[in-house]
Design a binder for this molecule. Structure first.
Ligand SMILES: Nc1nc2c(ncn2[C@@H]2O[C@H](COP(=O)(O)OP(=O)(O)OP(=O)(O)O)[C@@H](O)[C@H]2O)c(=O)[nH]1
Length: 342
């Protein structure tokens, strides 16, 4: 154990897809734009485990002009409640100013009450007889519908109104609008509208794609499970290799690791060969449930946040950038094919 040294960088995987911006993402975003005139507050969800990578510039570009509350969801999966977790949260709050930032776990009523209090104060400041209308937006599978259900449950004691699920794309259309705060004689209360997840138009590097896939923002069929598990192993080793001590001794070799998991959990094919794919999927699911360490995949420090800000300012219109980057990538691939053939 004393001699184990985790990998300091993950190999660059140029062949990984960098886009998952689907037709219903574009359609959903266009519809959100048309609804904006009726909306007083945009609640933008991002994943606590990837606070930088789950930021989608499309929301800032397309839903500008409305106050935004940023809610980092799934806090229970990315934080052990230690001092360094709290310090990171403070950095993120400062980074996002002037937008307000909260952190939520859909099963923790106190975190849901904080979002409700913000919504109540925002609606009170508007002081309208009509009450207030809000919209929840975010990347696929980030937990928008779960947040809406939790706000409704805690706010007006009503049951689940929106479908939720472990795979991205459960909500395909702008749908359910639910009351989350009761009105009184002076106003109609606060209503929240659910929206479909919208993926970033273009992921700047393969590592970001792996992070988003690990958090469930893209379908599990897009990236091979052993590649995803290898990235998880890389991250677990940086965090603490002891978290997988029940299955394997510390290792940087994904096949050794998955073979050990297969042996321990009985995931074997005919003849006793380890089923590495099934073991990879099993490990990924365990991490997604918070059973293999609760940590962030993004590196959050003052300088990493500052770098992210500078990089995003340099991007310009992210859709145009995405188109250009996509075109460049296709051109490079066809040049490569041409060179290989000649
Ligand atoms: N542990 C944990 N799981 C959560 C939390 N919020 C949501 N989830 C889970 O994350 C998965 C996705 O949640 P949804 O609410 O369906 O996500 P969505 O953003 O509406 O998804 P799309 O339909 O793809 O847009 C579900 O399995 C939820 O149970 C949370 O705070 N903590």
């Amino acid at each position: 154990m004393a001699s184990f040294v985790p990998r300091s960088v993950f190999p660059t995987l140029d062949s990984l897809p960098r886009s998952y911006f689907l037709g219903h993402h574009r359609a959903g975003l266009n519809k959100m734009k048309t609804m904006l005139t009726y909306i007083d507050l945009v609640i933008e969800c991002r994943d606590y485990r990837v606070p930088l990578t789950s930021r989608n510039p499309l929301f800032e570009e397309n839903l500008a002009g409305r106050e935004r509350l940023i809610v980092y969801t799934k806090k229970d999966l990315g934080s052990e409640g230690r001092q360094q977790d709290k310090s990171r949260e403070r950095l993120i709050q400062e980074w996002q100013q002037p937008s307000s930032v909260l952190f939520s776990d859909h099963k923790d009523k106190s975190s849901i009450r904080k979002v409700l209090n913000f919504a109540r104060d925002h609606a009170a400041a508007k002081d309208s007889l009509m009450g207030s209308r809000m919209m929840v937006v975010g990347m696929p599978n980030v937990g928008k519908s779960s947040l809406l259900n939790a706000l409704r449950q805690v706010g007006v004691h009503k049951g689940k109104a929106a479908h939720t699920g472990a795979q991205p794309g459960v909500t395909r259309k702008i749908g359910t609008t639910v009351k989350i705060i009761e009105g009184d004689e002076n106003n109609e209360g606060v209503y929240l509208m659910d929206t479909p997840g919208v993926f970033v138009p273009y992921v700047p590097n393969a590592e970001s794609m792996l992070k988003l896939a690990l958090c469930g923002s893209v379908k599990d069929t897009i990236i091979p499970p052993t590649t995803l598990a290898d990235y998880l192993l890389y991250q677990m080793n940086i965090y603490d290799p002891q978290i997988y001590a029940d299955y394997s001794s510390p290792t940087n070799d994904i096949i050794d690791f998955l073979s050990a998991v297969a042996q321990k959990t009985g995931r074997l094919q005919k003849g006793g060969t380890p089923d590495v794919d099934a073991s990879a999927l099993w490990m990924i699911q365990r991490w997604r449930k918070g059973l293999l360490g609760r940590f962030m995949l993004d590196y959050v420090t003052e300088s990493s946040l500052e770098k992210e800000r500078r990089d995003s300012e340099g991007l310009g219109n992210s859709l145009n950038h995405a188109r250009r980057a996509d075109k460049d990538m296709r051109r490079q691939r066809s040049n490569q094919k041409y060179l290989n053939a000649s």
